[in-house]
Design a protein around this ligand. Structure first.
Ligand code: SR1
Ligand code: MG
Length: 399
């Protein structure tokens, strides 16, 4: 069958009814288009007041740009397979995939509508008790089991092969590691921040470190990454967490995933300096964000270390000094990628509402300056910050 975009509600409901057994065949379903992302079309399909599912369809281009930015639809196969892989290790932390259709480039999956998008939750200063430990567990379990520490040599190479994702990787290569470090037409810069962006473009020492992180992103096939683990890719509630949207998945450096999500906690930290609301409440929330960063990293590190010590087939990991060196390296990579996420979300193409929703441009620039300062520091000092407590201290000092 040839690809065609769903062109009516009936088209979408028939797709669900024909391909799943979740509803009786004659059920009247309603459809609403709920996508607010940059790339795809997302529909909620369900019985009014009853069960519902999500349908995601990938078009051959970037939704917000149009046909001028073509994009491989293989991304939706990669997303479906990644969700299934992640679900095999953390079934409670990802939506269940009910059906994947390669011709229509569409997935039917569990509706996680009872959870809130993490970005909105962070902006509203909600405290989510399980969030940081859930994310640490998600990262440790999905990354460890897709790395050379766990897989045998042939299985690992097969994994690399089936997750070759050049179009989506190219977006990251450009938007993370190139555009923000020059006066690129895709950048979007608050006029009050422009002198600081220009200063950054002239900072050769910083750019050298970013080139090194980019080299690692291009070459370091360490584990199967989610590939786009920002706050918009996480949904959370008081009782649980769901990670969605792994269409950027590929086999890359472990620190990229951990750094991306930590960078988003810190972007919210920078936003809280100037978001509306009581100052004491915002400061308390910043403290909660730093605690969450610590819990996330510590949960990841403890779990990953136990996997290394108890499960790996690679005899190198019988050596404790090597295990510790490996975790220290992951921490430094994490800090570097957190820094690049913060910088690209501040002066690059895709900004975040945590800062963008600050109405007054001068106050927004103050949060943006803080994000740039933290981002640069994480990149430049990533080999000197010895642990996550030292990281939190350093951030408190900067702000
Ligand atoms: C054109 S895509 C812009 C950004 O949206 C995605 O979610 C990724 O984060 C990408 O960098
Ligand atoms: Mg996305």
């Amino acid at each position: 069958m040839e690809f065609r975009k769903f062109d009516s509600d009936k088209d979408v409901t028939e797709f669900v009814l024909h391909n799943t057994e979740l509803f009786e065949p004659d059920t009247q379903l309603t459809v609403s288009e709920i996508g607010d992302g940059n790339i795809n079309f997302i529909y909620r399909v369900g019985q009014p007041g009853g069960d519902s599912v999500i349908v995601k369809q990938a078009l051959p281009y970037v939704r917000i740009i149009g046909e001028g930015w073509p994009l491989s639809q293989d991304r939706v196969r990669i997303e479906a397979e990644t969700l299934q892989y992640e679900g095999s290790h953390c079934p409670d932390l990802v939506p269940t995939v009910y059906h994947f259709d390669a011709d229509l480039c569409a997935i039917v999956m569990e509706d996680i509508g009872q959870h809130e998008n993490l970005r909105h939750a962070l902006i509203a200063r909600r405290r989510l008790p399980n969030l940081a430990s859930d994310l640490g567990r998600f990262l440790a379990d999905t990354l460890y089991h897709s790395s050379d520490l766990h897989l045998d040599s042939h299985a690992k190479k097969e994994l690399v092969k089936s997750y070759i994702n050049p179009d989506l990787c190219k977006i990251t290569e450009e938007l993370f590691f190139w555009d923000p470090y020059c006066d690129h037409e895709r950048n979007s810069i608050n006029p009050h921040l422009r002198p600081y962006a220009e200063q950054l473009w002239a900072d050769d020492a910083l750019k050298l470190e970013v080139y090194k992180l980019k080299r690692q992103f291009l070459c370091d096939a360490e584990a199967l990454l989610h590939g786009d683990l920002h706050a918009g890719s996480v949904f959370a509630s008081g009782s649980g967490t769901k990670v969605i949207d792994p269409e950027f998945a590929y086999v890359g450096p472990i620190g990229f995933d951990i750094g991306s999500i930590l960078g988003n906690f810190l972007l919210n930290y920078a936003g809280q300096a100037n978001l509306p609301g009581d100052l004491a409440e915002r400061r308390d929330y910043q403290a909660w964000l730093l605690d969450s960063v610590e819990t996330l990293w510590n949960t990841f590190a403890e779990r990953f270390y136990i996997h290394m010590r108890e499960k790996t087939q690679d005899p190198s990991f019988n050596n404790e000094i090597y295990r510790t060196w490996y975790l220290d390296k992951l921490f430094a990579d994490t800090l570097g990628y957190a820094g690049t996420e913060m910088i690209r979300r501040t002066i690059g193409l895709a900004h975040v509402a945590d800062i963008e929703s600050i109405e007054d441009p001068q106050s927004r620039a103050n949060s943006e300056k803080l994000a740039l300062r933290i981002g640069c520091e994480l990149i430049m000092a990533r080999d000197q910050i010895i642990d996550v407590e030292a990281l939190a201290q350093r951030i408190r000092r900067i702000s």
